[in-house]
Ligand binder design. Sequence first.
Ligand code: SF4
Length: 404
Amino acid sequence: MNRAESERLAALLENHGFISASRAEDASLVLINSCVVRQSAENRVVNQLMRLRHLKKSRPEIKIALTGCFVSSNLAEMHRKYPFVDYIFPAGSEPTFEDMADVSRYSLPKQAAISSGITIIQGCDNFCSYCIVPYRRGREKSRPVAAIEEEACNLVEGGARELILLGQNVDSYGHDLAEKPDLAMLLERINKIEGLERIRFLTNHPKDMSPGLVRAIARLEKVCKQLNLPVQSGDGEILKKMNRGYTLEHYRELLGQLRREVSGIAITTDIIVGFPGETPEQFGNTLQFLEEARFDAVHVAMYSPRPETLAFRKYADDVDPAEKARRRKLIEEVQGKIAGEINCRLVGQTFEVLVEGRKKGKWYGRSQSDKLVFFEHPDDQSGRLVPVKIEHSSPWFLRGSLIK
Ligand code: SF4
């Protein structure tokens, strides 16, 4: 979401006549779109700000703007703390570029990324006990269907072939709008856009995913048969303490329903290790759950206490950092083995790959099931949808040859 919002802000700036600079040192305006989901991300924002304060001493004409989750609701306090920052605006709000009229401008045509993100809903009403998002992004606020459709059409006209619908909780899309649209209905509309090849969406919440959405994924041909469904822990007690709002039984049922109704669906998940009070047994339950669920990929994070959250106020961060790192490594090892086995079975199959670019002399892109695929070819393949026969697999990527 952060990247998609950065792209949206960059497009907004381009529409106002700015062009991008490759280094802060060459820029007339530096805009930081911050993320503070973990302490390490927050530290990076502070480091960047300190670097820019230093830069501003030698180039006082440079303008600095700050947005994203680092910006708290107390803007006066933020300005007092960071007096060298010229513009501070909350995450998701529109900056007033009229204020920035004195910044030099150029003109540039707008081109969309092959795979472009669109925010469909901001904020979250869920209050998972570890998460800072509801405090910094506020309550859920859906964008109207027409506005999303218009942006989607513009992106496709600008060259996008895949759209990723984004939100902290896309499954509750529309409940706050007068006509009460939902994600299944939105997918149906976006599916009709000519020239668009693929639609993805994230992030899902196991509590809020409806049977109608599962049917829409199965039925709509442009909707990728791939899903990120964060489970966060494989232990019922920890899930309760996380205030996730579902049980492992519910998650299991949903997983079964998805796999029954959407043939060949690839499912990934997110896990937090070292949540306050997580015992070795409870962590063991998560490892066991991974063996049972057999996800295509797992994104694992070590618990990081965030001020304001319930977990921060209620529980001591009592799992040693070294133990958290050990648990993360164990998850990666177990998942590496599972993903290796899943991907091994894909050798010999042919996938349509949407080519995103070139790395180390090879073209790369993603299959509909979100597998990273590399192949060699002498001609420019970027932006093309090509059939690739898989010849080699690993837990993290596939390699193959383009077939005619
Ligand atoms: S669903 Fe939970 S983890 Fe996700 S953004 Fe909302 S509060 Fe945070």
